[in-house]
Design a protein around this ligand. Structure first.
Ligand code: ADP
Ligand code: MG
Length: 261
């Protein structure tokens, strides 16, 4: 583990995948001895977590297990009380945050058109206007939102808004995409569309880390599972093995439906 903290894995360190301002990658992302405590309760107690490789990783666990906190710490959105997060061996920094995508349960969109949401993100990533509009057009197509390009983003359906949020997170071809229960409030058709986008992002080389309570979805998408309970990782396993024979007591109970998800 110690070695991995200072290597540049994933082939993203030297060759920028988008040709933008940012020239170094963020993988592997490592959380080391992360703790967080509030009101005498241990919310996070992670010895070591390493996110790397081309697989889709699902983070599962009951409500309150610390999944969102962990994602936010690894993405540099929140500081743990103690411990370190490193991106390709260095502390998180604002410039390289462009190499990460984050999709929340509820889409966070600008009060602008669908197209403007994409163009804004691409310009913020350093693309000049013309190129930003070209890439935004491609992103709209991939999200099947072309016909809504001029609509105000806030008037879209929930599923369309989440497709836009995902398209925006992917537009800069990030090294890694975090998804925190992205389909929890969507209808099945919209969830399938999101899953297809995640699959194709992964196939194109973006590491995807998905928090989901939807066991079917995790089975369909994930190649490995990290199981969290009470702020700790109780298990990390290849997905088929995890679903076939979970090892930890907590994961067994969760999959058997004994823990209220
Ligand atoms: N800023 C905070 N202050 C105090 N408690 C928090 C804070 N953020 C989260 N928590 C608590 O930490 C626990 C883990 O939260 P969270 O990561 O959101 O869980 P999960 O995403 O697994 O459902 C929950 O019990 C939550 O209430
Ligand atoms: Mg959560």
């Amino acid at each position: 583990m110690a070695e991995a903290r200072f290597s540049f894995a994933g082939g993203s360190a030297d060759i920028p995948r988008t040709g933008l301002l940012v020239t170094t990658g963020v993988l592997p992302i490592i959380g080391h001895k992360l703790t967080m405590e509030r009101g005498g309760r241990q919310l996070l107690d992670i010895d070591e977590i390493v996110l790397d490789g081309a697989v889709i990783t699902a983070i599962m666990g009951p409500n309150g297990a610390g999944k969102t906190l962990l994602l936010r710490c690894l993405a540099g959105l929140q500081l743990p009380d103690s411990g370190e997060v490193s991106w390709a061996g260095m502390p998180p920094d604002r410039a390289r945050a462009l190499r990460l995508g984050f999709v929340f349960q509820k889409p966070v969109l600008l009060r602008r058109s669908v197209l403007a949401n994409l163009v804004f993100a691409l310009k913020a990533g350093g693309l000049p206007g013309r190129q930003a509009r070209i890439v935004a057009g491609q992103a709209l197509k991939a999200a099947r939102l072309e016909r809504l390009a001029r609509s105000p983003a806030r008037l879209l359906s929930g599923g369309e808004q989440q497709r836009l949020a995902l398209a925006r997170a992917l537009a800069l071809k990030p090294d890694i995409l975090f998804l925190d229960e992205p389909t929890v409030s969507l209808d099945p058709g919209s969830a399938v569309a999101i899953e297809a986008m995640v699959r194709s992002a992964a196939a194109a080389g973006t590491k995807c880390v998905l928090v989901s309570h939807d066991i079917g979805q995790a089975r369909r998408l994930a190649e490995e599972v990290i199981f969290l309970s009470g702020g700790r990782i109780t298990e990390r396993a290849a997905a088929p093995r995890f679903f076939r024979e979970p090892q930890s007591r907590e994961a067994k109970a969760y999959l058997a439906g004994e823990i209220l998800a």
